[in-house]
Write a protein that binds this ligand. Structure first.
Ligand code: ZN
Length: 396
């Protein structure tokens, strides 16, 4: 008799905020979908049984801001290194490609990747193939962007804009306005990077930017220490930040190489404005030094005092909703796509860093064990960093 299920994850603790579950459960998968979540599903009913006793079983992790245009942009990480081999089932590329360079994603990157890829198209024509991204007003072409979104619509969920110099010096607030127009006319979202990494543009640009964002749009680098972040000169939240959250703008902390500081984060959290998503903004150089993986972001937020349920929410249910994919991703509900992460909370002496020299010493690290993508099992390869860890000098 053929087995009832293709795969059974047996003996784990399911943490699925979409169903308010944090309890021992087995998870059965059939035909790439979640077939059943229950206690004591018999092992004989499955063709493949994986013992996950002592492990946490969550909906597949979603990294809503990373850079995975490998070999096209010089900072692009291999999508499966950011994805399934780090316990992550879906990765968003946040603006590595613009209208002139997007075609390589469906042709060369997406078909070769086991990890699901969702893209935001950069408002700059060549995306991040060249830095700075915008060097003159001709680097933004609204019509060409609209046409490219139309052509590649199945892959594109939004437009990305970066509030950095020299783009802001050249175009000012017109730049994010044009990006918003491209998003709106295409019926997709806008994701905006805040924090002028060149530290040249007036910081209060944030107060002009935030009102441009509509419900469903995404603010990324919520904890940046660079000019243009959500805190004013006195460390108080600008009023527009709370207003944005109240009307349904998603707040994402995207770490990266230059835009995450524990001090800024703590000040924001003290004022009660919590992030929805905690993405990596992973890049090749960043991965060697400042931010290693999605599970490392989970470790950071456990270290900041968030509960495991909150942390899982911020990398499953919330990003699924922010992407408009909550009916397919971010849940272990029966009948949904079988995207599952198996994680371990490991006791030890671990280190997580920020980008301004801050360090947090933590006793619990989230370690990726497995990713299940549409029912297929991948063993994770990347774990946490021990306290006292030093970057490889060759990577600088
Ligand atoms: Zn980024």
């Amino acid at each position: 008799m053929p087995a009832k299920y293709d795969l059974l994850l047996k003996g784990g603790t399911v943490v699925d905020p979409s169903q308010k579950l944090n309890t021992p459960r087995d998870v059965a998968v059939q035909g790439g979908k979640i077939a059943r979540t229950a206690q004591n599903i018999p092992a004989e009913e499955a063709a493949q049984v994986v013992n996950v006793r002592g492990k946490i079983v969550t909906p597949g992790l979603i990294d809503i801001h990373a850079h995975i245009y490998e070999a096209v942009t010089n900072n692009g990480v291999n999508p499966d290194v950011a994805g399934v081999y780090a316990g992550v089932t879906t990765v968003v590329d946040a603006g590595s490609a613009g209208c002139d360079t997007f075609g390589g994603f469906p042709r060369f990157i997406i078909p070769q990747s086991q990890t699901e890829i969702i893209c935001f198209m950069h408002i700059a024509r060549t995306g991040l193939a060249r830095t700075p991204d915008i060097q003159g007003p001709g680097d933004v072409n609204l019509d060409a962007t609209l046409q490219a979104v139309e052509r590649y619509r199945p892959y594109v969920r939004g437009i990305k804009a970066r509030m950095v110099s020299p783009a802001l010096e050249i175009m000012g607030i017109e730049m994010p306005r044009l990006a918003k127009r491209a998003a709106k006319e295409s019926g997709i979202k806008l994701m905006v990077h805040i924090g002028d990494t060149e530290k040249r543009y007036p910081a209060d640009i944030i107060r002009e930017l935030l009102p441009i964002l509509e419900p469903g749009d995404i603010l990324t680098h919520f904890f940046t220490a660079n000019p243009g972040g959500v805190l004013d000169a006195n460390g108080k939240l600008v009023p527009e930040a709370r207003e944005a959250k109240d009307r349904g703008v998603w707040l994402d902390t995207a770490h990266g190489r230059m835009n995450f500081a524990f001090d800024i984060g703590k000040r924001i959290l003290d004022q009660g404005l919590l992030p929805h998503c905690i993405s990596t903004d992973l890049t090749v150089p960043g991965r060697q030094r400042t931010v290693h993986s999605m599970t490392e972001m989970m470790t950071r937020f456990l270290g900041l005092g968030f509960t495991l349920d909150d942390v899982v929410t911020m990398c499953t249910l919330n990003p699924a909703k922010a992407l408009g994919e909550e009916n397919r991703l971010g849940t272990l509900g029966t009948g949904r796509q079988a995207d599952i992460s198996v994680l371990e909370i490991r006791d030890g002496d671990w280190e997580v860093v920020d980008v301004v020299g801050g360090k947090l010493r933590v006793q619990k690290a989230v370690v990726p064990v497995l990713a299940v993508k549409r029912g297929q099992v991948f063993t994770a390869q990347w774990g946490p960093r021990p306290w006292g860890w030093e970057p490889d000098p060759a990577s600088k």
